[in-house]
Design a protein around this ligand. Structure first.
Ligand code: NAP
Length: 318
């Protein structure tokens, strides 16, 4: 399909490698708020068309799907712009900054009868799908605990400043979305209650977060997000009959390990051809081809609920 890219930033450089290896998705057009940046991006990614405004991109009748790759603070505005022009949208994570924005985006997609999906690429990575399959098959029994962390070294100038997007939204939204979404994916429900602490950098942005979530049947999830230090970056899913380990970097894992209670460990390995964004691109195309308005693997109501949970976590420390 012919994809139109909205906002040629850092993530597009990485996702372009997945466009190159995936069969079907094509970087057809690219748009920037500046003509010069659009032209440079078109040359860098060899797109057939480029536009100096996002409005022109969504008016191109040949663009079949729009990838919103702007900072999260602008997802609502930019996704709705494309949806209102009848374009299906894959929107970068975190889906939005507030639950109200996330709802507005879903309402806009539904009102216009157009496909919309959060680009939560982790859900489509083969090793994560295998872990999910093990859970569904009851290989670890009922899940009782999940532990996941994601952390990167921050810049040292000024001390403790996190590596976050320009329009900074904080560590919990930017990277805590992966641990929150993984828990929702494995448990298939949202927590009843959260308790959380955050550490703030000199700019007032949360550079670290630690949260515990409690679910209706007593399940507990603990997670860390840090923009100050490199953590183990792995996930453990604990059941009453075994456990699953998703090793470093869990959100784009190249393997998963199953440790059944009293049985022999099993290892699943799947090396992704590029970084792993190719699977979400293919899911979007599959859904659109099949006439779906959302992905059953990353449904809109779950994207909304995840943003709601993250904001519950953030409100716990304010
Ligand atoms: N899936 C992943 O692993 C992953 C990794 C990194 C980032 N992300 C997500 O991808 C999104 C973009 O992140 P990024 O690091 O690529 O961001 P970025 O480079 O800072 O910005 C992306 C582009 O957004 C456009 N933009 C539009 N309005 C803007 C505004 N008011 N201020 C700044 N830029 C604006 C800019 O393009 P023009 O001005 O040229 O139009 C810019 O190049 C975020 O939601 C982030 O969380 C995902």
């Amino acid at each position: 399909m012919k994809w139109g890219i909205m906002g040629p930033g850092g993530i597009v450089r990485r996702v372009s490698k997945s466009f190159a290896v995936a069969e079907g998705p094509e970087m057809f057009a690219i748009a920037s708020r500046s003509e010069d940046r659009a032209k440079a991006a078109a040359e860098a990614y060899n797109t057939k068309r480029w536009y100096g405004s996002y409005e022109e991109l969504v008016k191109d009748p040949d663009v079949e799907v729009v990838y919103v790759s702007t900072p999260a603070s602008f997802h609502c505005e930019h996704a709705c712009l494309a949806l209102e022009h009848g374009k299906p949208v894959m929107c970068e994570k975190p889906f939005a900054v507030t639950e109200a924005e996330a709802k507005r985006m879903a309402d806009c997609a539904r009102a216009n009868g157009v496909f919309l999906m959060e680009a939560m690429w982790t859900r489509f990575i083969p090793s994560i799908l295998k872990a999910r399959q093990w859970v569904e098959e009851g290989r670890i029994g009922k899940i009782v605990m999940i532990q996941a962390d994601m952390g990167f070294y921050g810049s040292k100038e000024p001390p403790g400043a996190p590596v976050l997007p320009v329009a900074s939204i904080g560590g919990m939204l930017d990277i805590g979305v992966y641990t929150t979404s993984l828990a929702a994916y494995m448990l298939r429900k949202m927590p009843l209650e959260v308790k959380a602490f955050g550490t703030f950098n000199p700019f007032g942005v949360d550079s670290q977060a630690a949260a515990i979530m409690r679910y209706d049947e007593g399940e507990l999830v603990s997670m860390y997000a840090s923009g100050s230090t490199e953590s183990a970056n792995e996930a453990w899913i604990y059941g009453i009959d075994g456990k699953i380990h998703i090793p470093k970097w869990f959100w784009c894992a190249q393997s998963a390990e199953l440790f059944p209670r009293g049985g022999n460990p099993e290892v699943f390995e799947h090396k992704t051809a590029a970084e792993g964004f190719e699977y979400e691109l293919l899911e979007v195309e599959r859904c659109i081809r099949e006439g779906l308005k959302e992905s059953p693997t990353m449904p809109l109501d779950e994207s909304i609920a995840i943003i709601g949970t993250i904001n519950q976590i953030r409100s716990d420390w304010h």
